[in-house]
Design a protein around this ligand. Structure first.
Ligand SMILES: Cc1ncc(COP(=O)(O)O)c(C=O)c1O
Length: 454
């Protein structure tokens, strides 16, 4: 039995009308029932269970799951934003400094897109807004020497969606896909999620070893800056890879995730620009130049595949949000994007120099640093530390307020193939300022020293 509306109104200090309206709503929804002349009571069957039980997190969720879902269950989950080390120095790769975001230019571009006011609010082209595809075509030519038609450009929600579309359009369960080892673990998972067999192929200082590639339908590569080790795929290997693709009737995904950042080396032509047989799918993103939160990326696909990528994109989410597409188009067309990229490259070049000299000064030859010529991260091998101690060191660093991240997830599960014996870290620096980089490096030295002693 519930209190009368009058007494509840007095108890809660609200008007009786409010309580009456609330009761009426609960009656309409079937939570309360009233009989003539009696006070409202909780409807039968909706009371609290007699012995309230907490819902257990069960290892097998109820109900049928697709084979796709079951494959996802088997993947190692990436660390989530909740795992962040609170309030201290975090060398997490992928973060960018908020200071570098071109707030005014982006705001201006968003404002002008909003003010353009189309006659109707209607769905756009699934492949992307024509203005952005045109702008990207021009940008790719200027920045990467890459020729394509605007129709070959497919705008996606970050590289990850591009990878997912490639995987679903080009692989069937049981097909084979070649993947760099070590390599980008989210690419490995996107390919593997289709039910394809992902074949790890060793990487050396020059990137993927292309001499003995196994037959497969697809290869995933990061030729401009191998992720994570940093090698640049030489022209000979590029030609070998393209010949392999043609021989096996396969495609190659060229992930150019950080092509804008090269410091000690001059840009080398993209794989796509060498491809005469329409085998290469080029993947680009603004996650390293503007922000990973925007979820804006693009594919350049062979002309004959463009309609299929558009159809798949439509089924996935109709299209990438139009406002952001328009803003990016404005930014590129006005020249503001390239000015911003130059500034971001200079700032990240400074961060990189600070990190390299701090590592050399504080850790000396206890570490080997590789992959620093391009991109926004370096790989740091910890010379005195066995690879099975990586996890314990990272936990210890976390307790000391330092975020460092293991190289292990970049390696395919299974036998360690070509992996060095020692522990290794992937250290991103684009989210940190100079004092934080220096403080973080000193913390790393202290944590490492105590760990080795203890
Ligand atoms: C190898 C590689 N490719 C692509 C990306 C970018 O992904 P997205 O565009 O989905 O943010 C990253 C980001 O860390 C990466 O490391």
């Amino acid at each position: 039995m519930l209190p009368s509306t009058r007494s509840l109104a007095v108890e809660w200090g609200v008007s009786r009308t409010t309580i009456t309206l609330a009761y009426e709503q609960l009656i309409a929804e079937g939570y309360l029932e009233v009989r003539q002349g009696a006070r409202a009571r909780v409807a039968q069957g909706v009371g609290a269970p007699r012995s309230p039980t907490k819902r257990q997190a069960s290892p097998t969720p109820p109900g049928h799951l697709s084979a796709f879902a079951r494959r996802l269950e088997g993947f190692v989950a990436p660390s989530s934003p909740a795992d962040r080390v609170p309030g201290v120095v975090d060398f997490r790769y992928g973060d960018l400094s908020v200071e570098d975001f071109p707030v005014l230019a982006w705001k201006k571009a968003i404002d002008s897109a909003l003010l353009r006011r189309p006659a109707r609010l209607r769905y756009g082209d699934p492949g992307g807004l024509p203005v952005l595809r045109d702008a990207l075509q021009g940008y790719l030519w200027r920045a990467r020497g890459l020729r394509c038609e605007p129709e070959q450009v497919i705008v996606v929600n970050g590289s990850q969606q591009g990878l997912d579309l490639c995987a679903r359009l080009l692989l069937d369960p049981g097909d084979r896909a070649v993947m760099e080892n070590p390599g980008y673990h989210l690419a490995r998972q996107a390919l593997g999620a289709t039910g394809a067999e992902v074949l790890p192929v060793a990487v050396d200082d020059d990137g993927l070893r292309t001499a003995d590639l196994p037959p497969a339908r697809l290869a995933f590569v990061t030729p401009s800056h191998q992720f994570p080790l940093g090698g640049v795929l030489p022209a000979g290997r590029r030609r070998e890879l393209l010949a392999w693709a043609q021989h096996h009737d396969a495609h190659v995904i060229e992930d150019d995730y950080d092509g804008e950042y090269r410091y000690d080396i001059s840009p080398i032509p993209s794989l796509l620009s060498m491809d005469e047989a329409g085998r290469v799918i080029y993947l680009g993103t603004v996650s390293k130049t503007l922000s990973p939160t925007l979820r804006l990326g693009y594919l350049v696909v062979p002309p004959g595949l463009s309609h299929l990528f558009s159809r798949a994109k439509r089924l996935t989410d109709r299209h990438t949000p139009g406002l952001e597409q328009e803003a990016l188009a404005t930014l590129i067309a006005s020249g503001a994007y390239e000015r911003h990229v130059r500034r971001a490259r200079r700032r990240n070049g400074e961060r990189r120099a600070i990190l390299l000299s701090a590592l050399a000064a504080t850790l000396g030859d206890t570490v080997t640093v590789i992959g620093a010529e391009a991109g926004l991260h370096v790989v740091v091998w910890l010379n005195g530390l066995a690879r099975d101690q990586e996890g314990a060191l990272i936990a210890r660093a976390r307790d000391a307020g330092l975020g460092i991240h293991p190289i292990t997830p970049s390696y395919a599960p299974g036998p360690p193939m070509n992996r060095p014996e020692m522990a290794g870290l992937v250290m991103g620096y684009a989210g940190l300022d100079a004092p934080a980089i220096e403080r973080g490096t000193r913390l790393l030295r202290d944590v490492l020293r105590d760990f080795v002693r203890g």
